[in-house]
Every structure is written in structure tokens, then in C-alpha cells.
Write a new protein. Structure first.
Ligand SMILES: Nc1ncnc2c1ncn2[C@@H]1O[C@H](COP(=O)(O)OP(=O)(O)OP(=O)(O)O)[C@@H](O)[C@H]1O
Length: 546
């Protein structure tokens, strides 16, 4: 998945913007120039932003311009210049080195200590192009500048990186850390990587280490709703619990409007993958940045009704081979999410059909149209459906009765698996629902007929890119609701990766009920634009040559 462009959200004009503009105008009058440049002073070049003049050898005249400021770093003693560009903070560490641009999204704090005049700037930076983000801090004293002026510069930068980007600073976070999820690294990841970043951004943290199954559910059920975000340092299991806790909250709708932001430390981290992608692996620093700077994105969730009991599912329901993949690979946890691919290969070799009847309330079955709709939404040509109204209130009522048959379609071929859900990725190696949209009010349902082992195996290679979607044999529809009736007593059902009884159930969609934090406003999965009718590449090239 290639990194998607940052900054796709509109930036409202805020009072902070006005304040900054006033400051800029004052600066134009050169009121901030404390000493005129000496005739012999060399120019310290700041490429494309030549506002800053200084003589580093004399440590003398420093000039602050509207965008730029120079500081003497406390630790190294070197002179560093900081310049505000349109969308980035330009940091120039040395005269003979290329400057580094830190996009505003990655700047998390700037302030001036008015007691000692030290300017502090905290930001995230990737040391290698493909490496993880890491927290960096610059601390230094601007020479010859009054503290109030430096404070104003820092505040202007803060306004650019927060309010001008539509993000509230100092978010109040409820953090749930599951010490036992995945390979049991959640506490270490939180303490070493995540917490320092959240604290650098001056977020307030209320941290709970979950002690048992159901603990996250209890906390979410009674959550005070003045938190800005629920951060889950876990896998998808804890997210499932939080959503179900919200469903039983005194004010379910309001609880669901508190965004959830995942830090991936479980063995299944599909929510993280769908929000952040996997170009940089399970980058906990990237996930922490999303906690600080992500924008609320409304997502659909499902009600699964089984034996009169209603459960919220946010990700998937799996039967047959796809459930075995989860439930049947518990002993391979040490592999991380690679265990799912091993389970898939094992299931294909066994090739057991799943004894169920599948019915659904169809919304769309044309694969090309579904792929085009996805592209239209991503390119902004199709509007997002309106957000649900009213933030307070009970859970939406169920509208599909279990014995409704009007408008329902039954799929009656022998089935190897049924997989239904929301969000393209279910694991790093598997984009199961490539045309899934966060808020279309529909669930993507696929049924694999037990026809050809070869066809399924041929799709495994392209599974990470969602290529299995185009397999002609794969039955893939979008539905308003669906139901499953077991035709034999034994089988597996996994809901959001958790084991459920293999009994009749029905699922329906609640459009835009839940909220997550996203950097992009859409799922971070790149699904290839090809269609089944497109000519092979080499033929196209030959055709173009004539
Ligand atoms: N202290 C604890 N001891 C045992 N289980 C716990 C504890 N805290 C939470 N859990 C349970 O761990 C389960 C898995 O959590 P998590 O979301 O972190 O990872 P996962 O990827 O879904 O699953 P896993 O990594 O366990 O395969 C959740 O269902 C949760 O209830």
C-alpha cells in the first residue's frame, strides 16, 4: 500500500488564524529585528526561505522573521534554524546540510518556557525512508529575542499544526492496554514508543491495564463521555469489547461518538491496517500520531442477533474455512498474523465444505460497479452519505425480522466458506473486502463455492492486494442484511475473531454509528484499478505501439 496523501481534510478558519495574521503583519514592519545585520556578517542560507540572517561564527546578529527563528541547541550547542513553510516546519541543522521538512501533521508540540526562554519543538520523523517514525525534540535558546516574541512564534506554529488543521490540541485519552494480547508486547510498546509521543503532545492520559476478558467491555460501558478518544493498545478483540460496552452504555449513541484509535499490539490488528495501512508495518508511533492528529471518521457497525441476543460486530463474521483460519490456528499465536495465512493454506488442502444456508438482502452484486463506486468515493466524485443525526439516544432498532423473506435472496450452492465484514484488510496478508466503504450502510458478503481448489490457491498470491475479489467463482455481494442457518450441528463461527456458537444468526448494518480516528477520511488500502475485462498488460502495450 502506498502512503496516501496527508491533508485531505478542509481547514476551517479559526480565531488562531486571525491572530497569526496580525503577528505576520507586525513582523513585516521588521519590529522583530533586534539588531541590524553587520556589514561583515555572512548569510546563513535557508533554501527557499531566505528570511533568516545570522553570523554563526560570531554567534551574533540573529533576526527573527515572520516564519523563521534561530536557536542555539542546548545539548549540541549548534545553531539550528526553524522556518514555517506552507505545510511544513523546515529545520536547518547546518549551513552545509540540506534542510529537513517536517510536515505539520508530524509536529506535535511547540512552546517557549517563559522562565528561561528555551524554545521546545517536538515532532515525529522517519530516520530511514521506510523505517518507523520516531519522536525528536529540539530545545534551544533563541539569542537576543524576548521570551514573549518566541512564545508568540511557538503559538503561531501550534495554531498551524492543530487548529488550522481542524485538530484539537491536548486530547483527553482513555487508554486501554491489554498486556496479554498478541505476543504480549503491549506494555513495552506503550511505555517505550507510544506514551512518550502522547505526553510530548501534552495529551492527558488515563491508563488502564486490562486484567481479564471483559474488562474493556466494563470500562466502555461506564465510560465518562468527556474523553476525546479511547486508545486501545491491543488487537481487534479489545476493540470488539469497547464497541459492545458502548452498546450497553447509558447513552449508547453518545458513547459511539467517542472515537476509537488502535495501537496495534494484538495478533489481529485489522482496524489499524484499515486506518493506517501497512507500508511501515505495525508502526506504533504512526498509530500514536493518529491518536494526536487523526480526524473522527464515522463507520458502520453491525448488529448480530443470535438466539435473541444482540452483539455488536465491527469487523467480520467468518464461517467454514475462514473461521478455521482464526479458531483453528490458536496454537500458532507466536507467528503473529502470519498464522492466518498458514490457516488458509491448511484449509484449502483440507477443502471441507461448510454446512450452511446463506440468505441476504441484496444491495449490489456487480463487481465492476462496486470497484467503480469505491474509486468514485476515493476520488471525491461521489459524496459520502450524510452523518446520522442526533448524538444522544439508544441503539438504533433492528429493522430486519428473523422470519422476513420479502426481498431476501438465498444462495444454495455448496459453500467452502462465508466471510462478511467491513474494512478491506482482515490481516496484513489478506485484503478480503477490497471494495468495502466505511459508511455505505452495507455489509460486504462473500461466499466461496466448494468448486475449485486451484482457483482458490491461485488467489492466495494476490490476497494482500485483494486480487481474489476478481476470481470469477467468488460470489461477492453488498447487502443490507444477511442470515445464516446451519444445516449440520458442527461447525465454526468467528465474530471479529472471537468464537461464537455455531447457530443460526442474522446481521444488519447500522450506518455511521461508530467513530474511529483516521488520517485520511477513508480506508488506507490501495485496491488495483483493473477490471476482469481489462486486456492483459503486454497486449495493451502492443496495441498502443501501433
Ligand atoms: N489481562 C488479560 N488476561 C487475559 N485476557 C485478556 C486480558 N485483558 C484482555 N484480555 C482479552 O484478550 C483478548 C484478545 O485481545 P486483543 O484485542 O489484545 O488481541 P487479539 O488480536 O484480538 O487477540 P490475540 O492477540 O489474543 O489473538 C480480548 O478478548 C480480551 O478480552
Amino acid at each position: 500500500m502506498s502512503r496516501l496523501p496527508v491533508g485531505t481534510f478542509t481547514s476551517p478558519t479559526t480565531p488562531g488564524t486571525a491572530a497569526r495574521n496580525v503577528a505576520l503583519n507586525i513582523c513585516k514592519l521588521d519590529l522583530f529585528c533586534l539588531r541590524p545585520p553587520q556589514p561583515e556578517a555572512r548569510v546563513l542560507s535557508v533554501p527557499s526561505a531566505p528570511q533568516l540572517l545570522a553570523d554563526p561564527s560570531e554567534q551574533a546578529p540573529l533576526h527573527m522573521t515572520p516564519q523563521g527563528i534561530a536557536i542555539r541547541e542546548i545539548n549540541s550547542g549548534r545553531l539550528v534554524t526553524l522556518t514555517r513553510e506552507d505545510n511544513a516546519l523546515r529545520v536547518n541543522f547546518a549551513e552545509n546540510k540540506a534542510p529537513v521538512d517536517i510536515v505539520y501533521r508530524q509536529v506535535v508540540w511547540a512552546s517557549c518556557n517563559t522562565d528561561n526562554g528555551v524554545l521546545e519543538v517536538a515532532y515525529l520523523r522517519r530516520k530511514k525512508k521506510v523505517g518507523a517514525l520516531a519522536l525528536a525534540r529540539l530545545e534551544g535558546k533563541p539569542e537576543g529575542l524576548e521570551n514573549t516574541i518566541v512564545s508568540q512564534w511557538a503559538e503561531n506554529l501550534m495554531t498551524s499544526v492543530y487548529e488550522d488543521s481542524g485538530v484539537q490540541r491536548r486530547r483527553r485519552l482513555k487508554v486501554l492496554v491489554n498486556p496479554y494480547g498478541g505476543v504480549k508486547k503491549a506494555v513495552a510498546v506503550f511505555v517505550k514508543t507510544v506514551e512518550p509521543i502522547l505526553r510530548a503532545a501534552q495529551c492527558s492520559l488515563d491508563v488502564t491495564h486490562t486484567t481479564h476478558n471483559g474488562h474493556a467491555y466494563d470500562i466502555a460501558k461506564d465510560l465518562p463521555l468527556d474523553f476525546d478518544v479511547v486508545v486501545t493498545v491491543s488487537g481487534d478483540g479489545v476493540v470488539h469489547e469497547v464497541m459492545n460496552g458502548f452498546a450497553h452504555h447509558a447513552d449508547p449513541r453518545k458513547a459511539f461518538s467517542v472515537p476509537i484509535a488502535p495501537i496495534p499490539t494484538g495478533s489481529g490488528n485489522a482496524l489499524f491496517l484499515n486506518l493506517l495501512g501497512h507500508k511501515h508495518g505495525f508502526d506504533a508511533a504512526e498509530a500514536a500520531l493518529n491518536v494526536i492528529k487523526g480526524k473522527p471518521m464515522k463507520v458502520d457497525v453491525f448488529s448480530l442477533t443470535q438466539d435473541g441476543k444482540r452483539t455488536i460486530s465491527f469487523m467480520s463474521q467468518a464461517l467454514g474455512l475462514m473461521a478455521d483460519l482464526d479458531i483453528g490456528t490458536e496454537n500458532l499465536r507466536w507467528m503473529g498474523d502470519t498464522r492466518f495465512m498458514v490457516g488458509l493454506l491448511r484449509g484449502v488442502i483440507q477443502f471441507k465444505s461448510c454446512p450452511i444456508q446463506l440468505s441476504y438482502k441484496l444491495a449490489e452484486s456487480d463487481k465492476v460497479k462496486m470497484a467503480n463506486d469505491l474509486r468514485a468515493r476515493r476520488s471525491g466524485k461521489a459524496d459520502a452519505p450524510p452523518a446520522s443525526t442526533g448524538e444522544s439516544g439508544p441503539l438504533p432498532p433492528l429493522v430486519n425480522l428473523p422470519d422476513d423473506t420479502d426481498g431476501w435472496t438465498t444462495y444454495d450452492k455448496p459453500i467452502l466458506y462465508v466471510y462478511a465484514g467491513k474494512g478491506p484488510f482482515v490481516a496484513r496478508d489478506y485484503m478480503a473486502f477490497p471494495v468495502s466503504l466505511p459508511d455505505d450502510g452495507l455489509i460486504d458478503v462473500m461466499a466461496q463455492p466448494a468448486s475449485s481448489r486451484k482457483e482458490i490457491l491461485s488467489a492466495v498470491g494476490g490476497a494482500a492486494k485483494g486480487e481474489g475479489y476478481w476470481q470469477p467463482g467468488l460470489h461477492y455481494v453488498k447487502a443490507h442484511a444477511y442470515r445464516v442457518k446451519p444445516l449440520a450441528p458442527k461447525g465454526h463461527l468467528a465474530v471479529d475473531g472471537e468464537i461464537f456458537p455455531f447457530q443460526e444468526y442474522q446481521v444488519e448494518v447500522h450506518q455511521k454509528l461508530a467513530t474511529v480516528l483516521s488520517p485520511y477520511g477513508y480506508y488506507a488500502a490501495d485496491f488495483a484499478a483493473r477490471t476482469p475485462t481489462a486486456p492483459p498488460r503486454d497486449k495493451m502495450r502492443k496495441g498502443n505501439e501501433h
